[in-house]
Design a protein around this ligand. Sequence first.
Ligand code: NDP
Length: 296
Amino acid sequence: MSQNRVAVVTGSNQGIGFATVKALCANFEGSVYLTSRNEERGLAAVEELKKIGLQPKFHQLDINDESSVLRLRDYLKDTYGGLDVLVNNAAILLPFKEGMSDDTFAEHACTVMQTNYFDTHRACKILFPILKPHARVVNLSSMLGHLTQIPGEDSVAVNLRAKLASPDLTYEELDSLMHNFVDAAKKGEHTKYGWPASGYYTTYIVSKIGVSALTRIQHRDFERDSREDIVINHVHPGYVSTQMSDYKGVLTPEKGAVAPSWLALLPPNVQEPKGAFVWCDKTIVDWVKGPMPPLD
Ligand code: NDP
């Protein structure tokens, strides 16, 4: 393998992203980039890893800022001739709390969807053209991003699930479904279109369903890409003790990084998993039908 290989983990100054950088530093043959939207927090995280003998590199990356993603792309292209591993880990969770107004729910829907779905999608559009043959891409989804998180047997919910599950779903159709959720949430009408009712995790659920549906389309594209053997998967890392889970998760960040880093390091010409929804114990779960394994 070339010594010029490079791996990037988005949103990796803390949590699962940080632990994924740690795992890659120990196991990836090449340079590993810890990235952070905030330079100070990112450099502090790099220093922490240097203290235990690891040698991550740092690059600023805020996926909300297109110019930041473009700067990273140009840097990777100039320095490494492309990108070998991309872990799309950066995300936010703004929970819906009791007493919150519909307006606040709508604002949360916009903000969460923007980072977790639209800006993750944009980062992919910017970075995928520089992926090298045999590149590995890992999209952090969640058990909350499993299709069955859209509940109900009424026709709108059934139709919505069918559209999201369709093997012919296009990027344009998926973007339009995600916009539909945001627009309907602004009017307090999202349930009319089959989306889950306003609750603690609703906007996060929709954003992660979006990430998973996106991964399935991206996988189809890589299957016919002229570059050899580019593999993408989406993963539920487990319920992990991080800032996002208010440190209530049952797994350590290191345990949460096990499946994401395994997927990032899949060997050349692997047969599976490819385009799969992968559980934290590395098993493949049917994203459309389930069943989902029980939580630990
Ligand atoms: P954390 O909140 O601990 O970390 C999230 C990271 O993303 C932080 O570094 C944060 O930066 C960064 N981030 C947020 N917005 C942006 C942005 N616009 N640009 C760049 N970086 C950004 O979350 P976790 O480690 O728990 O989660 C990591 C991934 O795993 C997420 O995709 C999450 O949805 C998923 N996941 C987590 C689960 C859990 O139980 N924790 C369960 C299932 C899925 P900053 O420090 O500046 O805020």
